[in-house]
Design a protein around this ligand. Structure first.
Ligand code: ARG
Length: 319
């Protein structure tokens, strides 16, 4: 069922691309088209799906060109959603519930609130998206490393401060990016660590399966300890078992504030870490769902809801 809907939606997308609204397709990196074509489910679904996916992927990877591309992709999607009609209805929403996986160990994006339920920027954002789509949002708190592989079975989508990476794109699709981030280095307050050179040979803590983990594993001579919870890594740093922790900027700043005077958060730019983009991970090939979520995201940005959530959850979270 899901596959049929995906094929039909992909066909509609191709038609709209032919009509000229997919002008970004020319910019699509050939490698991405290849990656999509090589992918099992993409190959199974329809060969025509490849250009459409390359186009979507191009939008998220764009970095500085994001705003503009997000706008362009959004308007295309709106039209697509309308044109797709019944055929574009995604099975993920058929039961009226959007099952969302997260890992509530990543403040301010997701953490366990006072009531024991996941809370944070991402949770508020996905609930606002669910409201736009007219579905109930149910959040499942899971290990970060199992989120991607659970999409399409245990959960419909994942929101977890998740960085768009080419590796993950082999398994899942991503919505338009909604937040730009970078890895930071958390170190003892009196640390001498200040450059990429200083990280060599160090004992580095990371959250398992994160981009911080992938970066740490590339550092020459480093001993990498993987934790299920980032806060456990920070505690080991404070206990002297680690030299530093590599984690995304905003959680790094939250930990710096929480363990004031004990740890410091150092900007990843000092280590030449590259910018990353957070997006919602979606079932591969479900262009109908992607279209609906991107449209909702775009509306929330336009009506001020998105900025209000940034102000509520992110700004001031590091004080
Ligand atoms: N942005 C990083 C990544 O995608 C870390 C995300 C961790 N998120 C979490 N909810 N624990 O790998």
């Amino acid at each position: 069922m899901k596959k049929l809907a995906a094929v039909m939606a992909a066909a509609v997308m191709c038609i709209s691309a032919l009509a000229g609204c997919g002008s970004k397709a020319e910019d699509a990196a050939p490698t991405e088209g290849t990656a999509a074509a090589e992918n099992e489910s993409a190959a199974e679904a329809a060969p025509e799906e490849a250009p459409a996916e390359a186009e979507a992927g191009d939008g998220q990877d764009a970095g500085s060109g994001n705003e503009e591309e997000a706008g362009a992709a959004g308007s295309g999607n709106e039209e697509e959603a309308g044109a797709a009609g019944e055929a574009g209805v995604t099975e993920a929403l058929a039961d009226g519930v959007l099952n969302v996986g997260t890992n509530a160990e990543f403040p301010p994006f997701e953490y366990v609130g006072d009531d024991g339920e996941p809370d944070g920027f991402d949770i508020a954002l996905i609930k606002a998206i669910g409201e736009k789509l007219g579905v109930e949002v149910q959040v499942d708190n899971m290990e970060f490393a199992s989120l991607v592989s659970s999409i399409g079975s245990k959960i419909d989508v994942s929101i977890a401060g998740m960085t768009v990476t080419e590796e993950r794109q082999k398994t899942v699709d991503f919505s338009d990016a909604y937040y730009e981030a970078v890895q930071f280095v958390v170190a003892p307050a009196d640390t001498a660590i200040a450059s990429a050179e200083d990280l060599k040979g160090k004992a580095i803590g990371v959250q398992l399966g994160t981009t911080g983990d992938f970066i740490a594993e590339e550092i020459e001579g480093a001993t990498v300890s993987q934790y299920n919870k980032a806060v456990d890594a920070v505690n080991d740093l404070i206990n002297g078992r680690l030299d530093c922790v590599i984690i995304d900027k905003n959680p790094a700043l939250v930990f710096q504030a929480r363990f004031e005077g004990k740890v410091t958060a150092i900007d990843g730019a000092q280590f030449d870490f590259e910018a990353e983009n957070y997006a919602i991970a979606l079932p591969k090939g479900d262009t109908a769902l992607a279209g609906q979520i991107n449209t909702a995201l775009k509306e929330l940005k336009e009506d001020g809801t998105f900025d209000a959530l940034v102000a509520e959850y992110i700004e001031g979270s590091d004080e």
